[in-house]
Design a protein around this ligand. Sequence first.
Ligand SMILES: [Fe+2]
Length: 422
Amino acid sequence: MNRPLPSRSQAIGRDALLDNLRRVRDLTVRLCEPLRAEDSVVQSAPETSPAKWHLAHTTWFFENFLLIPYLPEYGPFHPRFGFLFNSYYESMGEFHPRLQRGLLSRPSLEEIKAYRKYVDQYMGMLLEAPDTADAEQIRTRATLGIHHEQQHQELLLTDIKHLFACNPLRPAYREALAPDGRASPPLDWLHLPSGMYAFGHGGGGFAFDNESPRHRRYLDEFSLASRPVTNAEYTDFIVAGGYRQPTLWLSDGWRKINEARWTAPLYWEQQDGEWWQMTLAGYRRVEPDEPVCHVSYYEADAFARWAGKRLPTEFEWEAVAGTQTPDGNFLESGRFHPQPVRDGAGQFFGDVWEWTQSAYSPYPGYRPPTGALGEYNGKFMVSQLVLRGGSCVTPAMHVRASYRNFFYPQDRWQFMGIRLAA
Ligand SMILES: [Fe+2]
């Protein structure tokens, strides 16, 4: 999974950049430490990738977009890795089919770790070299590579969760942290009056190109829920027969839940009248006060209709979230699971990505960057929907109010949840 480009002026200073690069690269490796070599090879679904592939592809990004074009003394680590670990950049040549990533028992995990060290060493050389005419472009691309790697850190964890959920042994990626015992407060509503509001990246710090240009739109008055929908509330929808009432569902959604036989969120199972779920800490009961997650757009939309509400647009979401402090339960908490809302916080950031009803499309005046990196984002602006806010496995520094994530309406293996609007 890849995303768009930063503008040229947003790269950070060289020393901070190299330090940041090393910390992010190191974190990716540490996230793989609980895995056995066998865990890192398997691709459990078309939309997921093996951990080993994530380790290699993020490295390929630095090799092909920085070292090969900008470091003359660099020689590629392996002549075929460009084919194996290019994700979808047509401009960069042919690539290995996405659905066959799980067949790559070779190169070994040890070879991929050596590939990472090799590229990291040369990236240090590139960023520590005296500035040349390409210095700004190098920093811009390196910054993009860091944010690209953070996107893959999240994908790595969600893909491991999917893989382990397929295993009858129910392996735990890590031990569970003690629950903090919070209870979810009653739902409240945050009201905004009608008027003109500004959207998109306003400058300062990194942003992907799909967050620009900043522009204004008129919004009618609306209200947003003060927190995401909880497991308890979603269970009420299930018990009320929500999955059996066609009038609640979009046509594509009704077809999907019947073909796939969905009767609950992904990873939920009923045992002796109780709901259980797979988590990155293993198999356990569904906690009623936690935000519901692993629901598709179709399920989010049907729930909202059942509740007599609707999903927000991405602009309604941003108009409110832009006034909030972007803190929450992110990857750094180590919980890797959504938590009940904290008192007084709207929980707009972290825990679960929130589906919006907005189609993922370009902002007025958007132009994809030229060259191969123009494929990062613009070509995906059809048939997907925008999600906002980040999740419990998103790195904290990766998210902001203008951040636009996007997935297909049937996707639900990411930590995807629901916030109601009215
Ligand atoms: Fe990628």
